[in-house]
Design a binder for this molecule. Structure first.
Ligand SMILES: Cc1cc2nc3c(=O)[nH]c(=O)nc-3n(C[C@H](O)[C@H](O)[C@H](O)COP(=O)(O)O)c2cc1C
Length: 401
């Protein structure tokens, strides 16, 4: 079971949805997780420590020290946790988290933690819509935390709308998804994994560029999965709205193919595994106009010049690295992919086809075939997270051969 033996630290803040946490704790314990509960002083108005400690089989704390004067060590709680869940997360606790206002046990623990953090906000309609809440949630997401969005429905105030804390089943599912595939969390523990993701943008003038539809989802899913397996991940991404979600991922943002090339070769030599999933522009405008190009003639010609071939150069310079390329083809797919595998001196290539429904750019799902020098495996349509698991399983099998 995914959650068997996992240390889950639940931090409850003072919202009416706190009553749902009793049920959530029970579900997690039934799934084999070890659960500890902390709460803010104001959460005590909403849910009882006695119930929570009975269900979690652990003492529940809300203050820095107990009645006998012993310290409820926030650093120990933080280091114990494989993941921290703040639920319900009030507007107040959220604001304190993102601004570092460390005036209670929950925030001190959160700020001492290295583990991934899940946040399940719960608020009344207008509070949830408030610009400060929206901005604070965005900041939390930028920190790499996972937001489990509030849902639509009847609110305790009697209003209807967005603000209800996600149901315990949904929260458990999100946590399970996170741990899924990481049953062997240290399987890449001694490896440095270099991953490229997203598109590149090649400027035409100060306002226009040549780009492509790559969202970066596949590369970010691979980075997350490699990090879950204990690897140190260097993720080099072109413009993408994706967010990193793991402290083992070092994100470097670039814009152009040339910038990606420079960054990749800062790290390639010391990498053990390199996965090139970025959709890099093959060509860039020869000249970038310094002013916006005005509409004048009926046609406009832009001269393009070849960008450096990042994957080919990795193949040429490869010493010990296991090198994985991606191919997105629209015709003679398998032949083209195998040709690329050989030509670019790759160890493995992942082929996805634009012809497959649900696969390719911007989608949350993908359907891939993987080729190594001697093997060919075809997978069904899956979430990009599940595809990342398949790809890394294949990489690990090949490395062990
Ligand atoms: C009955 C009641 C229900 C509340 N529900 C919420 C809520 O769902 N979300 C929220 O952000 N604040 C809610 N509040 C306000 C918080 O309890 C208040 O901001 C408190 O200071 C939060 O402290 P904490 O974040 O340290 O737990 C509620 C207050 C009351 C009295």
């Amino acid at each position: 079971m995914t959650l068997e033996g996992k240390h889950i630290l639940i931090c409850i803040s003072g919202g009416i949805a706190a009553y749902k946490i009793n049920y959530l704790v029970r579900m997690l314990v039934k799934k084999g997780a070890e659960v500890q509960v902390l709460m803010t002083p104001s959460a005590e108005n909403f849910v009882s420590k006695l119930t929570l400690s009975t269900l979690s089989k652990n003492s529940v704390y809300s203050e820095f020290s107990s009645a006998d004067g012993t310290w409820n060590n926030h650093v120990e709680f933080a280091l114990w946790a494989d993941t921290i869940l703040i639920a319900p997360c009030t507007a107040n606790t959220l604001a304190k988290m993102v601004h570092g206002m460390c005036d209670n046990l929950v925030i001190a623990t959160y700020m001492s933690a290295k583990s991934p953090v899940f946040i399940a906000p719960a608020m009344d309609l207008d509070m949830y819509q408030h610009p400060s809440t929206k901005q604070n949630l965005e900041m939390a997401e930028d920190f790499g935390h996972f937001i489990i969005p509030a849902e639509n429905g009847e609110l305790a105030s009697g209003l209807e709308g967005e603000g209800r804390m996600a149901e315990p089943e949904t929260i458990v599912e999100k946590i399970e998804d996170f741990f899924e595939g990481s049953d062997n969390p240290q399987s890449l523990g001694d490896k440095i994994v270099l991953i490229t993701a997203g598109p590149t943008y090649e400027a035409i003038d100060p306002v226009r560029f040549i780009g492509n539809h790559s969202s970066g989802k596949m590369g970010f899913s691979l980075a997350e999965e490699a990090a879950n397996r204990g690897a140190k991940v260097i993720l080099i991404s072109g413009p993408s709205a994706q967010k990193i979600s793991h402290h083992n991922i070092e994100l470097h943002k670039v814009t152009t193919a040339k910038e990606m090339f420079e960054k990749v070769f800062e790290y390639f030599e010391t990498s053990d595994i390199a996965i090139a999933s970025a959709a890099v522009a093959d060509y860039a405008p020869k000249e970038v106009a310094s002013e916006k190009i005005k509409k004048k003639e009926d046609s406009l010609t832009i001269e393009l010049v070849k960008n450096p071939d990042i994957l080919q150069t990795m193949g040429d310079r490869k010493t010990h690295q296991f090198l994985v390329g991606f191919a997105l083809e629209t015709q003679n797919e398998e032949d083209n992919a195998i040709g690329k595998l050989e030509r670019k001196n790759l160890d493995m290539i992942v082929l996805n086809s634009l012809r497959d429904e649900g696969a390719g750019f911007q989608k949350d799902t993908n359907k891939v075939k993987i080729f190594s020098k001697n093997e060919r495996v075809e997978f069904s349509l899956k979430s990009k997270k599940a595809v990342a698991i398949d790809i890394l399983n294949f990489v690990q099998e090949q490395i062990l051969k």
